[in-house]
Design a protein around this ligand. Structure first.
Ligand SMILES: NC(=O)c1ccc[n+]([C@@H]2O[C@H](COP(=O)([O-])OP(=O)(O)OC[C@H]3O[C@@H](n4cnc5c(N)ncnc54)[C@H](OP(=O)(O)O)[C@@H]3O)[C@@H](O)[C@H]2O)c1
Length: 304
């Protein structure tokens, strides 16, 4: 477990991505994945009001039904998001927060994200709306995703100046084959403000599981086009380095990729999804896998 930035929340060092629930995993398979994750000690679930378009809200509904069926709401650190449907105006945040709470069958969201920026709404309006939800106890902490580094800094400044709730975590696009944007733009803000970094697409849409190979068999997934885009010279070097470390450590390739991410400065818990229990089983070993400096360097150099 790890502390979520400056908060009192303790989270498992693998956050379970929820965009598969009701998309590539039906409700029965979603419950099985959630049960297996919880049985392994997992307590940190990520979703959004828009998962998964066009069936918006279905992921939250499934998670809500699962927590109600298992009676485990208090054991879970629940993260959801607002803003990719209708923006970050005060009215839209209020309306979407209430709808998320209903679908999740709970009275509070532990970590509530601005999902993407809304350049038509001043950051002060967004933060005042979030702050109201925090003061009402409907949200415990707020976080940001997909804001420019500049708007993220501006938001942190406004919260500080106005005494409003402030972003405690950042959810960036960051993994072994997507490094530059995060490491150059965001890592300095994360360090300066002690933000918890919770990277999304931690498996690069499945590429970092090693199932996409040159001349390999077709992969049945709506993500395959996005994942295959990484299969270039650098992607092949990354796969070779992952294969080497995975063989030495007798660990799944996906777990090694997640362990590399977990070892980066500021990263608290990478976010990855699994559409079946079998897939999840290849991710869970990441939690106990501490890579040596040499192994980390091999992976970092291969992905440069
Ligand atoms: N803030 C944002 O804007 C944003 C954007 C994207 C995602 N997210 C969050 O981040 C989470 C993680 O991203 P993601 O789920 O889109 O992608 P990901 O974690 O990079 O990739 C997960 C996918 O890889 C495949 N996979 C997982 N384990 C596997 C295994 N052992 N063997 C073979 N294939 C395996 C599965 O897809 P297939 O079986 O279909 O190949 C799985 O759904 C999401 O669920 C969501 O909560 C946030």
């Amino acid at each position: 477990m790890a502390n979520l930035g400056t908060t009192e929340l303790d989270v498992f060092r693998l956050c379970l991505g929820g965009n598969v629930f009701g998309w590539t995993a039906d409700e029965t398979d979603s419950f099985a994945v959630l049960d297996a994750y919880a049985a392994a000690g997992g307590n940190f679930i990520d979703t959004a009001d828009t998962y998964m378009r066009p069936n918006m809200g279905v992921s939250e509904t499934i998670i809500g039904r699962w927590m109600a069926a298992r009676g485990n709401r208090d054991d879970i650190v629940l993260a959801t998001k607002v803003g990719s449907d209708g923006g970050l105006s005060a009215g839209n945040i209020r309306e979407h927060a209430e709808a998320s709470l209903r679908r999740l069958q709970t009275d509070r969201i532990d970590l509530y994200y601005a999902h993407k920026d809304d350049l038509d709404t001043p950051v002060a309006e967004t933060l005042r709306a979030f702050d109201e939800l925090v003061r009402e106890g409907k949200v415990r902490h707020i976080a940001a995703s997909n804001l420019s580094a500049e708007r993220l800094r501006e938001s942190l400044d406004v919260s500080w100046r106005e005494g409003l709730a402030e972003y405690v975590a950042l959810q960036p696009h960051y993994n072994l084959v997507e490094r530059e944007g995060y490491e150059r733009e965001y890592a300095p803000v994360v360090e300066e403000h002690n933000l918890a970094c919770l990277p999304y697409y931690a498996l690069a849409k499945g590429f970092l599981t090693g199932k996409y190979r040159p001349g390999g068999p077709d992969v049945e997934s709506p993500r395959s086009k996005g994942a295959l885009a990484y299969l270039d010279g650098r992607g092949e070097r990354v796969l070779a380095a992952l294969d080497q470390v995975a063989a030495e450590r007798a660990a799944p390739v996906a777990a090694v990729a997640l362990a590399w991410l977990s070892a980066q400065p500021g990263v608290v818990s990478p976010i990855a999804s699994a559409r079946s229990v079998e897939q999840l089983e290849a991710l869970l070993p990441a939690v106990g896998l501490k890579l040596t400096d040499e192994e980390l360097a091999t992976l970092t150099e291969a992905s440069a």
